[in-house]
Design a protein around this ligand. Structure first.
Ligand code: PNS
Length: 162
């Protein structure tokens, strides 16, 4: 089995993430989506909610496994015999930090990082921007899956009513 991991925060998953996961799913037998648990960062969605949304939206690909992970990504890879990390690169600005992480991860455990150029349609897209635009009432329905959009609008309304 040729395995790869697509790691991230996925708070929430966007069409840009899906583009990368779908393309990875065509190159590998199994794609593990690793949802990072960051105790220092309170997300809009819980880890369980993020996992459920990723599972639902990635179900059509047929070979995607979604899990949370805490700690080093290289340990997640080692425990599951995953030799490759697949990451999307949106712009040159992503490259500096991604290169550092790729070199660090390879130095730590030998795991390789493969960069996939993001579709130009999504080169400006991030979960952070989607949340910000949606929180001010902007239309982000073309940037995230419909189920994610419904949950996002609900969550923003819940937060506003507090
Ligand atoms: O979606 P994000 O927040 O840009 O994803 C960043 C993520 C989770 C992929 C990255 O921070 C990560 O791999 N964290 C796991 C902890 C780790 O291994 N850190 C060392 C990286 S060299």
């Amino acid at each position: 089995m040729r395995r790869a991991v697509c790691p991230g925060s996925f708070d929430p998953i966007t069409n840009g993430h899906l583009d990368i996961i779908e393309r990875a799913s065509k190159l590998y037998d199994v794609v593990h989506v690793a949802v990072a648990i960051n105790k220092n960062k309170q997300g809009l969605f819980s880890i369980e909610e993020r996992i459920a949304l990723i599972e639902e939206t990635c179900a059509p690909y047929g070979n995607v496994v979604v899990e949370s992970h805490q700690g080093l990504l290289v340990d997640f890879c080692r425990e599951r015999n995953i030799p490759a990390i697949v990451k999307g690169l949106r712009a040159v600005s992503d490259f500096d930090y991604e290169l550092q992480m790729a070199q660090m991860n390879r130095g730590l455990s030998g795991v390789e990082t493969l960069f996939v150029p993001t579709s130009p349609t999504y080169s400006f897209l991030s979960s952070t921007l989607v949340k910000e635009v949606a929180s001010y009432g902007g239309d982000v329905s073309h940037l995230i899956p419909a189920v994610v959009h419904r949950r996002l609008v609900e969550r923003i309304a819940e937060r506003a009513a507090r």
